[in-house]
Design a protein around this ligand. Structure first.
Ligand code: BEZ
Length: 237
């Protein structure tokens, strides 16, 4: 590791997203204040004009409306400068035709972080992987500016976008219905009824006559949650 590499403590789930001001391809931003009231996916990529990142940006652009319809905005970042960002995004739009995606316009902001100030704050520079490039980080931030999910991928592996959509769906539905989501949950599937705080409540729940609730044991109860209700909740804040 280089001696002057900027490494700070990683922000954690449940903590306020570290604040910063930055220049982006869509103008200046003040994060997370400018995004109060919206969910945000703040993500980093290693470098402009690289193939995995290009495939990811095109996929983010394809899914942007789906995220926006869930009141979730996208904000990208790399340690490249603004003019590199602009040239790369223009090249993507004008020249790249990949997996049926073409003429893709990236209209969400892409932060320039030549100083690595923002990427360092978010633990995106991981020197074992690279001192000069951000890893593929994903921070899902809620409308109150709290970090709700963190993912880090290495340089060599593009992100799974089905999972990014599922994370926003799962967090919003968990909040809206006061439930938790089991492995591989998707809208329309059963959800977990939160663990009861006392044995009395647990017993009561085991004996529940609610036909929608199934208790596998005192600590593991599931219930149906209608897909339409979930999809309706996903449109709200
Ligand atoms: C890529 O996006 O293709 C990439 C970027 C940095 C290192 C390796 C691959």
């Amino acid at each position: 590791m280089e001696e002057n590499a900027k490494v700070t403590r990683l922000p954690l789930i449940g903590e306020p997203a570290p604040a910063f001001k930055a220049i982006t391809t869509q103008g200046d931003i003040n994060f997370p204040a400018d995004y109060k009231g919206s969910w945000v996916i703040l993500f980093s990529h290693p470098a402009d004009f690289t193939p995995v990142c290009t495939s990811e940006f095109m996929t983010f652009a394809k899914l942007e409306k789906e995220f926006n319809d869930m009141n979730c905005k996208l904000v990208g970042l790399s340690v490249d400068g603004l003019y590199s960002h602009i040239a790369w995004l223009r090249t993507i739009k004008e020249k790249i035709n990949y997996k049926g995606m073409k003429d893709m316009e990236i209209t969400f902001p892409l932060i320039e972080d030549i100083t690595m100030d923002v990427s360092s704050k978010y633990g995106m520079i991981q020197p074992g992987e690279s001192n000069t490039k951000a890893v593929r980080a994903v921070f899902v931030v809620d409308p109150k500016g709290i970090i709700r999910t963190i993912l880090y991928y290495p340089l060599s592996l593009g992100r799974n976008f089905d999972e990014l959509v599922r994370i926003v769906q799962g967090l919003k539905a968990a909040d809206a219905f006061d439930v938790a989501m089991p492995a591989d949950w998707r809208p329309g599937e059963e959800v977990i009824v939160p663990t009861a705080g006392s044995c009395g409540v647990a017993k009561e729940r085991m004996e529940s006559k609610d036909e929608d609730v199934t208790c596998h044991d005192w600590f593991f109860c599931t219930k149906k949650l209608d897909k339409e209700k979930v999809l309706e909740a996903l449109k709200k804040k």
